[in-house]
Design a protein around this ligand. Structure first.
Ligand code: 5GP
Length: 222
């Protein structure tokens, strides 16, 4: 049986990477797509592990060869999902996780209407700012650009069927697994975990997005 595509989006600095690592540690059977990017590796990142780091030229070459399932520009760089890995793993019956931003997520939704789409969010904008500026791997200027980008991305939250809180890494990873495995449904909400609340109601997603947008506006001084 073919596996499922699982899109996990969230603001840069929201802790998605940590949650996804936990999800993979705790459960077999997931394959994580390693994206290609033109951004420079951060301290501690290794080519082929967090990303395939490539030049603009190599990236554009692969676009020309239809080698991406989706790709997008984010802040100052390209990011994309290489097609081959995803297709091979789906065919082998594995659920494939794509950690991608919102423009790419919408492209995946077009091509794979059955994809499971999740937006992972930190509990508050203040917390996001703390996490972004607390990274010693990036300049304040870059952190600021990402915070500004979050103010745009927040508008897309209602597009995602699932909004999952990342207050606690374990709880968030367990809630993600509950969604993907089908254990969680709105009628069976008990498999959501405290610190990893799952929100699917349109009005609640909209309210969260509006409140988060207002918090970001305050922080950005707009
Ligand atoms: P970062 O530079 O912080 O690693 O990633 C910046 C943003 O790009 C994050 O929101 C991340 O989820 C997203 N991203 C990473 N890989 C891909 C990809 O292959 N495609 C798209 N569209 N976004 C990606």
């Amino acid at each position: 049986m073919a596996g499922k595509i699982v899109v996990i989006s969230g603001f840069s600095g929201a802790g998605k990477g940590t949650v996804i690592r936990r999800l993979m540690q705790e459960n077999d059977g997931y394959a994580l797509s390693v994206s290609m990017t033109t951004r420079q590796p951060r301290k501690g990142e290794t080519d082929g592990v967090q990303y395939h780091f490539v030049t603009n030229e190599a990236f554009e070459d692969l676009i020309g060869k239809d080698g991406f399932l989706e790709h997008a520009g984010y802040v100052d760089n390209y990011y994309g999902t290489p097609r081959a890995f995803v297709e091979e793993n789906l065919a082998a019956g594995r659920d494939v996780l794509l950690e991608i931003e919102v423009q790419g997520a919408m492209q995946i939704r077009e091509k794979f209407p059955d994809a499971i789409m999740v937006f992972v969010a930190p509990p508050s904008a203040e917390e996001l700012k703390k996490r972004l500026f607390g990274r010693d791997t990036e300049s304040a200027e870059k952190a600021m650009k990402r915070l500004r980008r979050a103010a745009v991305e927040v508008e897309s939250i209602p597009e995602y069927p699932y909004l999952v809180m990342n207050t606690d890494v374990d709880a968030c990873a367990q809630s993600l697994h509950s969604i993907i495995s089908g254990a969680w449904t709105p009628r069976n909400p008990d498999s959501a975990h405290v610190g990893g609340e799952i929100i699917t109601e349109a009005s609640e997603k909209e309210a969260f997005a509006a409140d988060f947008a207002a918090q970001l506006k305050d922080l950005l001084g707009d």
